[in-house]
Design a protein around this ligand. Structure first.
Ligand code: SAH
Ligand code: F3S
Length: 439
């Protein structure tokens, strides 16, 4: 029987990149990637624990994987990533899973698989202070090959009180800059036109060794210098750490895309403190002002949590008024979901009733919808440079791609994916710019 591995990825972009690292490790050990669950001899899910509903969905998938095991004896099921780290043996106890590997254990996967084939469930959830998979060249999963993710760091040292990430992905560590720049070069040589540098908090990227110290602004500049034809994006920024130096580097290079994802979480100082975010409302608004001044036209997106512990109507109104004031292009908006083991779960009751959370979230979504409509409509008449990603989902013969400020653009063109084109915006929806190619 051929060694065929199928992998599903949940949650953040970093998980997408981790799955590519996993495939690269397995490939070296004789595994081939397959796209159909039914063909696989090894089924992997790279999981997310950020909210309870993310985990519930994956439990549902584990049931489906189990059906494959029953139908085809010998098939192995492995759970990777944050849920593996959080639930450890509990996953094996379900009797439906053979392999459990946390985010820092992927090098040991071949060993764990071998053990599991011999009937011994394989588990490793030890977190590391050093692992960055720096030397591993990820196998790219995105067939279009236009854009790729590069992890520049792992873990998080922020310990926001609601967040499970510091527990599931461990302490922050930065990857050696030379390996990042080399990976960007190799990708560009293989035809990739856009790379996104990933970290939970890219602004705290710091590499130090014998006299050399590279911060995020310096790293970004080095990646931007790979080629003016390689677009560079990054995510995620942290409001108290994003520096003027970084904004200046962004402004200096045309190929650094003008978009910042700057999660605010709440507009209320009382909530921000309880969340242990290391900034307050006025600091955040000052950073937004600096972004708008130093990087004109910069796209701004955010994350918001509705109904965190003890949130009052006044706190909620502070979030709405902040969103009104900033005017984000788009946002990820969530109801607070208590995560076992976090500071918030240990110290504060999850006391906002579910119906209140839902109503507040809906108000947040409605406001954002209105703002998105305004922000996108404001682009009508402007010219943008778009990197074509591929055919548009809707519209015969149309292609799609993003503008530098991260807005999705759709237009008729006979140019190929991976081509830069100049377009004029002629119409807009709250999530798409309708454009015409400038000949
Ligand atoms: N710095 C990270 C944040 C990861 S979590 C990054 O790179 O994006 C992504 C978002 O999920 C957070 O910004 C927050 O808005 C949301 N989130 C985290 N924990 C949550 C929880 N317990 N309940 C609801 N939303 C949560
Ligand atoms: Fe989570 Fe806060 Fe880090 S949201 S990932 S602990 S910056």
């Amino acid at each position: 029987m051929k060694n065929l591995v199928y992998i599903e990825t949940y949650g953040c972009q970093m998980n997408v990149n981790d799955s590519e690292v996993v495939l690269s490790i397995l490939k070296k050990h004789g595994w081939e990637h397959c796209c159909e669950l039914e063909d696989a001899t090894l089924i992997l899910a790279n999981t997310c624990s950020i909210r309870d509903n993310a985990e519930q969905r994956i439990w549902g998938r584990i049931e489906q994987f189990y059906l494959q095991k029953k139908k085809r004896p010998g098939v192995l099921v492995g759970i990777l990533g944050c849920m593996a780290e959080r639930l450890k043996e509990n996953l094996l106890d379900s009797g439906k899973v053979d392999i459990v590997a946390g985010p820092d254990s992927y090098r040991r996967l071949p060993e764990l698989i071998a053990a599991a084939s011999d009937g011994h469930p394989g588990i490793d959830t030890v977190l590391s202070r050093e692992e960055t998979y720096a030397d591993i060249t990820p196998v790219r999963l995105d067939e279009s090959g236009v854009s790729a993710f590069i992890s520049i760091m792992r873990g998080c040292n922020k310990v926001c009180s609601y967040c499970v990430v510091p527990y599931t992905r461990g302490v922050e560590r930065s990857r050696e800059p030379g390996t990042i720049v080399r990976e960007a070069c190799r990708l560009f040589e293989s035809g990739v036109k856009e790379v996104t540098l990933l970290g939970q908090n890219v602004d705290s990227y710091l590499w130090k060794s014998e006299g050399e110290s590279v911060n995020f602004a310096a790293l970004l500049e080095r990646v931007a210098q790979v080629s003016p034809l390689l677009r560079v994006r990054f995510s995620t920024s942290y409001p108290s750490d994003i520096s003027d130096e970084l904004l200046e580097v962004m402004a200096r290079y045309d190929n650094i895309c003008k978009h910042i994802h700057l999660p605010v979480q709440s507009g209320s100082d009382r909530m921000l403190e309880k969340m242990r975010r290391k900034y307050d409302r006025s600091w955040y608004l000052e950073r937004v002002k600096a972004i708008r001044e130093k990087v004109p036209g910069c796209g701004l997106t955010t994350d918001v949590i509705a109904g965190f512990c003890s949130e009052t109507e006044e706190d909620h109104r502070d979030t709405l008024s902040l969103m009104e004031e900033v005017g984000y292009d788009s946002a990820f908006m969530f109801q607070y979901s208590e995560r076992p083991g976090t500071l918030a779960a240990r110290n504060y009751p999850d006391d906002v009733p579910p119906e209140v959370k839902t109503r507040r979230l809906n108000e947040i979504i409605d406001l954002q919808m209105r703002k998105s409509r305004e922000r996108y409509a404001a682009q009508i008449g402007s010219e943008q440079t778009v990197l074509i990603e591929g055919p548009a989902k809707k519209g015969e013969g149309k292609v799609c791609g993003r503008s530098s400020n991260y807005m999705m653009c759709v237009f008729a063109s006979d140019k190929k994916a991976g081509t830069y084109v100049r377009v004029r915006v002629v119409d807009a929806t709250p999530a798409t710019l309708i454009c015409e190619e400038i000949q």
